[in-house]
Design a protein around this ligand. Structure first.
Ligand SMILES: Nc1ncnc2c1ncn2[C@@H]1O[C@H](COP(=O)(O)OP(=O)(O)OP(=O)(O)O)[C@@H](O)[C@H]1O
Ligand SMILES: [Mg+2]
Length: 142
C-alpha cells in the first residue's frame, strides 16, 4: 500500500490512516533517510492520540514518552530515535517491557539500527523523498 503527501500537513494527517492500519499491533517502524519526514509523521501520530506537546525530536535523548488518554487503546506513546545507538543500548531503556505492553504505542525512527531487537509483528513504513515537499509512504507488511 502506498500514500503520497504533498506537504507537512498532509504528512501529519496520514497519522489517522496509519493508526487504522495497526490492527492490534502497537509498534510502528519508520524507515527513511535524514529529513524524510519520520519525526513529522510521529508528531502527527502524537497529535492524533492527543498526547501533550511539545513534540520535540528525541534525536539527542533517544527516547521520549508521552502520556495518552486511551484513544485507540493506548495509554502511553514511546518515540525512539535509534540513529546513534544499536541493539545493545536498548536494555537500559527497558525496551522489552515497553514493546510487550500493548497499552504502549511504540514509534521507532531508524529501526535498521536495532534490527536484532525488532519484533515481527510491527507496522513498517518506508518514507521516500520524491521532491522538496513531496513524500511517498510505502506500507510494508512484515
Ligand atoms: N511532505 C512532507 N512531509 C514531511 N516533511 C517534509 C515534507 N515536505 C518537506 N518536509 C521537510 O522535510 C523535513 C522532515 O524532517 P523530519 O525531522 O520529519 O525528518 P526525519 O525523517 O525525522 O529526519 P531525521 O532522520 O534527521 O530524524 C522537514 O524539514 C520538513 O519541513
Ligand atoms: Mg527524526
Amino acid at each position: 500500500m502506498e500514500f503520497e503527501a504533498c506537504n507537512l500537513k498532509d504528512t501529519r494527517e496520514l497519522a489517522k490512516t496509519i493508526l487504522d492500519l495497526l490492527n492490534g499491533r502497537n509498534i510502528i517502524l519508520l524507515e527513511g533517510s535524514l529529513g524524510a519526514g519520520k519525526t513529522t509523521l510521529t508528531q502527527g501520530l502524537l497529535e492524533e492520540l492527543r498526547a501533550e506537546g511539545p513534540f520535540t525530536s528525541p534525536t539527542f535523548v533517544v527516547m521520549k514518552d508521552y502520556k495518552l488518554d486511551g484513544k485507540k487503546g493506548f495509554l502511553k506513546a514511546f518515540h525512539f530515535d535509534c540513529y546513534r545507538i544499536d541493539s545493545s543500548d536498548l536494555t537500559e531503556m527497558s525496551w522489552h517491557e515497553v514493546i510487550t505492553n500493548k497499552d504502549n504505542l511504540v514509534v521507532v525512527e531508524w529501526p535498521e539500527k536495532i534490527k536484532e531487537a525488532l519484533p515481527k509483528d510491527s507496522l513498517c513504513i518506508k518514507i521516500e523523498i520524491v521532491d522538496e515537499s513531496k513524500r511517498k509512504f510505502i506500507i510494508k507488511n512484515n
